[in-house]
Design a protein around this ligand. Structure first.
Ligand SMILES: [Zn+2]
Length: 889
C-alpha cells in the first residue's frame, strides 16, 4: 500500500493544527450504529465546502489523501455519517468554535457508510471535519482508476453515480453542491488536470509536484474529475470559442501520450457546437475552462464533468476524411449531449436521483436538436425513430419503470441509467415540445435555468416554467401521465382510410408473449392526424380511453401520428395501413415512422408474415432510408426461422439484396450519404453471402484482406466485408487478425479488427475469441465485444452460453463496474424454455448477499420476458413463414 509522504503530513498538520494521532481500528463493527436506511445522508449535517488533497502515483495502486469539510450542523449532532468505500481512515478530527476533538473514532457500517463518532453532542452551528486516509484505486473503470497505455500509467475518473465515495470520504449525493478546493501531488513526469484551471505547481522535497487548482463553482461530488499521466495537449487559439461580445473560452483536447493529434476535427468543431447551445440557452458556458479528454479505457460514452469532460477515445480521435461518417455523427451527438449537461446537470443539478431524467432525457433530446442544426443533411431526427422503436419494446415489459420513479436502493440508482430515462424521456420531451411550440418550450427552459442556476431542481420546477411560458393549462398533468406511469399507449383506430370520423381507443401496448400489464390512468396524448389530401394537420389532446375525432373539409386519407411525433403505437386496420404505405406524398420521416408502426403491428400479432412482407417490399423505389427500414424489418423476421428453412430464408434475403448490391458494388460509387452506406451494407451482405454470386463474394474477401493488411480501404464497407471473411475463417486467418489487432494504433482499426475476431463461427475459433476476454490483450471496455460476439448466432450460441456460465465469476471482475448484470440477457436469443430455466438458475445466486449484482432483479425478469416473447412470436408466425418459404407467398 502506498503511504502518505512527508509533504502530505506537513499539509495535514497545517489543516488540522495538531499532530496526527495513531489510527483507530476502522474495521471494528459497532452494532449500535445504524447507517441511514437509503443512500441519503442525515439531514442535520450540511456540507459547505471541501479542501481535498490527493497524493497519487499512477504506477502505484495505493494512494493517500486528506479532506477537510466545512459543515453546518442544523441540529445538535453526536454522529456524522458520510460515504466512504474501503478507505483506511488514519486520523479524524472535528473543530467547532475553537473546540478541537482529535483522534476521533470512525466506524464502518453497511457497504459504504462511515460514521465519525464525536465524544459528546456538538451544538448546531458551523464546524469542520478533517480526515486523513489512504485507499486503493478502484478498478475497472470506476471511481478514480488506473489505465496502462503502452508503458505508461494514467489516472482517470468516473464518479457518477456513487463513485466519489470510492475516491475520498464525502457526502456523495447529487443535491449537495459545494465549492471544492483541490490539490494533487503527483510524480514529476505526470501532468495533472482537474475541473478548474491550475493556479500553481510546487516541487516537494521528495521530488514530486504539488498541483494547486482554483476553487470550483458549487458542484455535487459526482461531477469532480481527474486526469493524471504523460498526457498530450492539443490547443489551437484559432479554434477557441470567440463570441460577438468579445469574450472567449479556451478549448483544449487531452489524450494519452502521442495521440492528441488525431483529435483535430473534434477540437476544431467544439466551438461551433457550443455556440449553437449557447444561442439556445441564451447564456454563455458558465465555467472557467473547457478541456475535452480522450480516455483510452472508459466504460460509458462520456461524462459531463464541467471543465474536464471525459470521452471514450474513439469518440474524439477520428479522422473525418477516412473514418466512417458514423464516427463523426457519434462524436457530434455525444459531444452535443455532454455540452447540454453543462446547463442541464451541472449548472442546475437534479435534487435526487429520481430526477435523473432531467439531466439525461433533456441532454439526449437536446443533442438531436443541436446536431440537426449543425448538420441538417444527416437527418438525425429520422434516425432517432430507431431509438424510440427500441425503447417501446423495453417499456412494454412488466418490469418497466417510470421515467420519474421512486429511488429506494443503490440498485435503483444504477438502474435509472437506462433507456427509459434517456430515450423514452427524450421521446416525451420531444412530443410536448411539439405540442406547446418550440419558442414557448425554449422560453420555459431559459426561465428554469435562470431561476435555478448553481443550485438544484426537480421536474416540477421545469414543467411549471414551460406551462407558464406556453400558457397551456394542464400541461404538467398531461406530462405526468407519461413520466409517472410505465408503458406505451396503444391507440387502436378505425375509420381513417378515407376521411374520418376516426374512433380511437387507448390501452397499454402489449407485444405477443407479454404478461398482462398494469395501467393506472389514461394517457393524455397530443395526437395529430395529417390530411394527406390537403396537407393540413388536425391536432388535439386525447385524454379519454375512447374518443371520436371529426374532420371537416378533409380530403384524406388520414395519417395518424405523422412522423412518429407522439410516444405511442397506433394500430390501424390493414387496408388503412396499406393505403398509407402506398402514398407517394409522405415525407421521408413520415414514411420511416410508418414502417416502424408496421413492425409493431407484426410483433403484436396484428399482421401476418405475408402481409408484412407484401407491405415492406412495397416501399421499393422510395428513399434509401425508407428502404433500409423495410429491409431491416424483413431481416429481423428471420430470427424465428430454424432448421431446413434457414437456407431458404437466406436465399430469399440474397434475392432481395442482389439488384441493389450489383448496382452499387463493394467499391466507391460516389454517393456519400449515411443512409446510402447503411443500405449498401445490408444488400451487399445479403447478396454476397446468399445470392450465389461468387464475384460479389470474392470482391468482399479482397476488401477484407486489404483491411487486415493495412492497405487503404473504404471504411464504410470494410467491416461488413471482414465479417463475411471471418465467419468461415480458419485458424491461420485468426492468427493474422489477432497480430494485426495487437499492432493497431488507429482507434477505428483496433475496434474493427476486434469486431472481426468476435465474428469467427467455427466452434474452436469462436471459443478462442471468447477466451480473449480472459487474457490481458483487451482493455476493460473491449471485453464486452468478444463476449457478446457469438451470443446471437445459431451456430455458436449454445457453446458461448456454456462458456459464459463457466466464466461468469471471472467476467464480473473484469467488466466495467456495475455492467455485469446485463449478462442476464445473454441467452435470450436461444428462445427456449430451457434457456429460461437456466437463466434463472445461473443468475439467482447474484440477486442478494455478498456477491449481489445491484439492480439485477429487474433485469432477470425482463430477460425472462424477452424469451417468452420470442417463443410467442415463433408460435404465432413460424408456420405461416414456413409456408411462404416452401410454397412462395
Ligand atoms: Zn448524459
Amino acid at each position: 500500500m502506498h503511504l502518505l509522504r512527508a509533504l502530505i503530513l506537513a499539509i495535514v498538520a497545517a489543516c488540522v493544527s495538531a499532530p496526527p494521532q495513531p489510527a483507530p481500528d476502522t474495521k471494528k463493527p459497532v452494532p449500535a450504529l445504524q447507517p441511514p436506511s437509503d443512500d441519503r445522508i442525515i439531514k442535520g449535517v450540511q456540507p459547505l465546502s471541501y479542501d481535498l488533497l490527493l497524493d497519487v502515483d499512477p504506477s502505484q495502486e495505493g494512494y493517500g489523501g486528506q479532506v477537510k469539510i466545512r459543515l453546518r450542523l442544523t441540529e445538535p449532532t453526536r454522529v456524522i455519517w458520510l460515504h466512504s468505500l474501503d478507505h483506511v481512515i488514519q486520523m479524524a478530527s472535528f473543530h467547532q468554535a475553537g473546540k478541537k476533538w482529535l483522534s476521533l473514532k470512525t466506524e464502518r457500517a453497511g457497504k459504504d457508510w462511515l460514521a465519525v463518532r464525536l465524544p459528546q453532542v456538538a451544538p448546531a452551528g458551523e464546524a469542520s471535519l478533517s480526515l486523513r486516509f489512504s485507499g486503493r484505486f478502484a478498478n475497472p473503470l470506476f471511481g478514480v482508476y488506473r489505465v496502462k497505455e503502452g508503458d505508461d500509467w494514467y489516472l482517470f475518473s468516473q464518479l457518477e453515480p456513487l463513485g466519489a465515495r470510492e475516491a475520498f470520504p464525502c457526502f456523495d449525493e447529487p443535491g449537495i453542491k459545494t465549492p471544492f478546493t483541490v490539490r494533487v501531488i503527483a510524480p514529476k513526469k505526470d501532468r495533472v488536470f482537474f475541473n478548474t484551471p491550475k493556479l500553481e505547481e510546487k516541487t516537494d522535497r521528495a521530488g514530486k509536484i504539488l498541483h494547486q487548482f482554483a476553487e470550483t463553482k458549487p458542484l455535487p461530488t459526482y461531477l469532480l474529475a481527474f486526469a493524471v499521466g504523460p498526457i498530450d495537449v492539443l490547443h489551437r487559439p484559432e479554434w477557441d470559442m470567440k463570441r460577438a461580445d468579445g469574450s472567449s473560452l479556451q478549448i483544449r483536447l487531452l489524450a494519452a501520450k502521442g495521440k492528441a493529434k488525431r483529435g483535430k476535427t473534434a477540437l476544431r468543431e467544439t466551438a461551433k457546437i457550443l455556440a449553437l447551445e449557447e444561442a439556445y440557452f441564451g447564456s454563455p458556458y458558465p465555467y472557467a475552462k473547457l478541456d475535452i479528454v480522450a480516455v483510452p479505457d472508459f466504460a460509458a460514452g462520456a461524462m459531463e464533468n464541467p471543465g474536464l469532460i471525459t470521452y471514450r477515445e474513439q469518440l474524439l480521435l477520428f479522422d473525418e476524411k477516412v473514418d466512417p461518417i458514423s464516427r463523426y455523427k457519434a462524436y457530434a451527438n455525444v459531444h452535443a449531449h455532454e455540452l447540454a449537461h453543462i446547463w442541464f446537470g451541472d449548472l442546475v443539478t437534479m435534487a435526487w436521483w429520481d430526477d435523473l431524467w432531467l439531466n439525461e432525457a433533456f441532454a439526449t433530446w437536446f443533442a438531436y436538436k443541436i446536431v440537426n442544426q449543425y448538420r441538417p443533411d444527416w437527418q438525425v431526427l429520422t434516425d432517432r425513430l430507431g431509438g424510440f422503436n427500441w425503447v417501446k419494446e423495453s417499456d412494454s415489459t412488466s418490469t418497466s419503470r417510470r421515467v420519474r420513479g421512486p429511488i429506494k436502493t443503490r440498485g435503483d440508482i444504477h438502474n435509472a441509467f437506462d433507456g427509459i430515462t434517456y430515450t423514452k424521456g427524450h421521446a416525451v420531451l420531444s412530443m410536448f415540445e411539439k405540442y406547446v411550440g418550440e419558442a414557448a418550450f425554449q422560453a420555459g427552459v431559459r426561465s428554469y435555468l435562470k431561476k435555478n442556476a448553481w443550485g438544484n431542481a426537480t421536474f416540477e420546477d421545469l414543467l411549471i416554467e414551460i406551462e407558464k411560458a406556453s400558457g397551456k393549462k394542464g400541461l404538467k398533468a398531461a406530462f405526468e401521465t407519461f413520466i409517472f406511469q410505465a408503458g406505451v399507449p396503444n391507440v387502436a383506430m378505425t375509420g381513417g382510410a378515407r376521411c374520418g370520423p376516426v374512433t380511437a381507443r387507448q390501452v397499454r401496448w402489449q407485444p405477443l408473449g407479454s404478461p398482462p400489464l398494469p395501467q393506472d390512468r389514461p394517457w393524455q396524448i397530443p395526437l395529430c392526424f395529417k390530411d394527406l389530401g390537403t396537407g393540413q394537420n388536425h391536432c388535439r389532446l386525447m385524454d379519454q380511453p375512447k374518443e371520436v375525432f371529426e374532420f371537416t373539409g378533409c380530403e384524406g386519407p388520414l395519417l395518424p401520428n405523422p412522423g412518429g411525433a407522439a410516444y405511442m403505437v397506433p394500430s390501424l386496420g390493414t387496408p388503412w395501413l396499406g393505403a398509407l404505405m402506398a402514398q407517394t406524398s409522405l415525407t421521408e420521416l413520415e414514411h420511416v415512422a410508418l414502417v416502424y408502426d408496421l413492425r409493431k403491428a407484426y410483433s403484436a400479432g396484428h399482421l401476418s408474415p405475408e402481409q408484412v412482407l407484401a407491405l415492406a417490399q412495397g416501399v421499393s423505389g422510395t428513399s434509401d432510408r425508407v428502404q433500409q427500414q423495410a429491409l431491416g424489418l424483413i431481416g429481423d423476421m428471420g430470427g424465428i426461422v430454424e432448421g431446413d428453412l434457414r437456407p431458404r430464408w437466406q436465399a430469399l434475403l440474397g434475392r432481395l439484396g442482389l439488384v441493389h448490391a450489383l448496382e452499387h458494388g463493394w467499391r466507391d460509387d460516389g454517393i456519400d450519404d449515411p443512409a446510402h452506406w447503411q443500405i449498401r451494407r445490408t444488400t451487399l451482405s445479403w447478396a454476397s453471402r446468399w445470392s450465389g454470386n461468387d464475384a460479389l463474394k470474392a470482391e468482399a474477401f479482397d476488401l477484407a484482406n486489404d483491411l487486415i493488411e493495412g492497405r487503404p480501404v473504404e471504411r464504410e464497407l470494410a467491416p461488413t466485408a471482414l465479417s463475411m471473411l471471418t465467419e468461415d475463417g480458419d485458424a491461420a486467418l485468426f492468427d493474422r487478425l489477432l497480430a494485426a489487432f495487437e499492432q493497431a494504433e488507429d482507434p477505428w482499426r483496433r475496434s474493427t479488427l476486434l469486431q472481426g475476431l468476435a465474428g469467427f463461427r467455427r466452434p474452436e475459433l469462436s471459443l478462442r475469441s471468447l477466451n480473449l476476454a480472459l487474457s490481458d490483450k483487451l482493455r476493460s471496455n473491449e471485453i464486452g465485444r468478444v463476449v457478446w460476439g457469438p451470443s446471437g448466432d445459431y451456430r455458436v450460441r449454445d457453446q458461448a452460453w456454456t462458456w459464459l456460465k463457466k466464466n461468469l465469476g471471472t467476467l464480473r471482475e473484469l467488466l466495467p463496474r456495475n455492467s455485469s448484470r446485463y449478462l442476464v440477457y445473454y441467452p435470450t436469443a436461444q428462445c427456449t424454455e430451457l434457456a429460461k430455466q437456466e437463466l434463472s438458475a445461473v443468475f439467482s445466486p447474484y440477486l442478494g448477499g455478498k456477491e449481489a449484482m445491484e439492480g439485477l432483479d429487474r433485469h432477470l425478469q425482463a430477460a425472462t420476458e424477452r424469451i417468452d416473447r420470442c417463443m410467442a412470436m415463433r408460435k404465432k408466425h413460424q408456420h405461416a413463414l414456413g409456408k411462404i418459404l416452401t410454397q412462395g407467398p
